[in-house]
Design a protein around this ligand. Structure first.
Ligand code: PSU
Ligand code: MN
Length: 309
């Protein structure tokens, strides 16, 4: 079966389809970060920049989204721009991805939905900002991202700057461990905290190069371990906001969410928007820098994996 005829709901962009058919390195990109994670026009610029970085590194980018009921694996520049400006887009995860297809809706794919779609298309590496995880206060709210479940079952390498620092990082790690998801910190002994290079949490595993990460994945494949892998790639030093500064801001954002009764899917977008407000735009700048940094590493991993075949 060629990539073009995957299923009746999916459109694979020509460059992506060609790369997949020829076995060339492809990197998936998510789109909830475009529709819900950043305001326009920063979202549009970020989405274009990460694709350019992946191309510069020698891989093919595939931004994944649902547009009018079509599962798009790779967006054209005009499609990407339209998505960045669209209002009322859904935030799609495993539970409702197919709903958007059957109902002809438009939506951004979360880490969970992007992993699912990437795997469907045969893409093995995916870059994002930060994964969803266990929210602070989850012992009351039960708010645990479907991203963790997906990492446990779908064989895609997710390159992130760790779990978003608005989350309970320790509990997020515990759940990942339970689900058998390796958490590999790139080039550091401590887990990064999204906008900050350091959290108080020790790195479960550490690897210092894309090649080493590819070799680890190859070993998992060889012994038949199925499921995702999480790469935590610290934000570049020049762009980070130290954790001590962010701590108070995060507390404030979480307090605002509680005060406003924000629940469910709205929590993460609300917290990110409040952080942008509290930091006067600094959190957004750091967010863009870390996504770009992750796109670069993801491209190198995709190329290294390709070299092992
Ligand atoms: N990384 C970012 N910004 C984002 C996200 C990731 O820098 O907005 C998105 C991802 O799509 C992730 C989602 O899957 O946030 C998590 O949402 P939730 O906590 O509701 O599962
Ligand atoms: Mn949630």
């Amino acid at each position: 079966m060629t990539a073009m005829s995957l299923n009746p709901f999916t459109d694979i962009a020509p460059e992506v389809s060609q790369a997949l058919d020829q076995g060339k390195p492809v990197v998936a990109l998510e789109s909830t970060i475009i529709t819900h994670g950043m305001p326009y026009p920063a979202n549009s610029r970020m989405a274009a920049d990460v694709e350019a970085i992946i191309i510069e590194e020698g891989a093919v980018p595939a931004t994944i989204a649902i547009v009018n009921g079509r599962l798009k694996i790779g967006l054209s520049a005009p499609e990407r721009e339209a998505l960045a400006q669209v209002t009322g887009a859904m935030k799609l995860s495993r539970a409702d991805l197919a709903f958007a297809l059957s109902e002809g809706r438009t939506g951004g794919t979360t880490v969970a939905a992007t992993m699912l779609a990437a795997h469907l298309a045969g893409i093995r590496v995916f870059a994002t900002g930060g994964i969803g995880g266990v929210h602070k206060g989850a012992e009351q709210s039960f708010d645990i991202s479907a991203d963790l479940e997906e990492l446990g079952r779908t064989p895609v390498i997710v390159v992130s700057a760790g779990a978003k620092a608005i989350l309970d990082i320790e509990k997020t790690l515990e759940v990942l461990e339970t689900k058998g998801v390796p958490v590999v910190v790139h080039g550091s002994d401590v887990l990064p905290a999204f906008w900050s290079r350091q959290s108080p949490v020790k790195a479960p595993l550490r690897l210092d190069s894309a090649e080493a990460i590819a070799r680890f994945q190859a070993a998992r494949d060889a012994i038949g371990v199925v499921g995702g892998m999480l790469i935590a790639n610290p934000i570049p030093e020049a762009s980070e906001i130290p954790a001590q500064i962010m701590e108070g801001h995060i507390r404030e954002a979480v307090a605002r969410a509680t005060k406003n009764g924000v629940t469910g899917k709205a929590v993460t977008p609300f917290l990110l928007a409040e952080m942008l407000d509290i930091t006067k735009g600094e959190s957004l700048k750091a967010n863009i820098a870390l996504v770009e940094n992750n796109a670069r590493l993801a491209a190198r991993i995709a190329i290294a994996l390709h070299g092992l075949r």
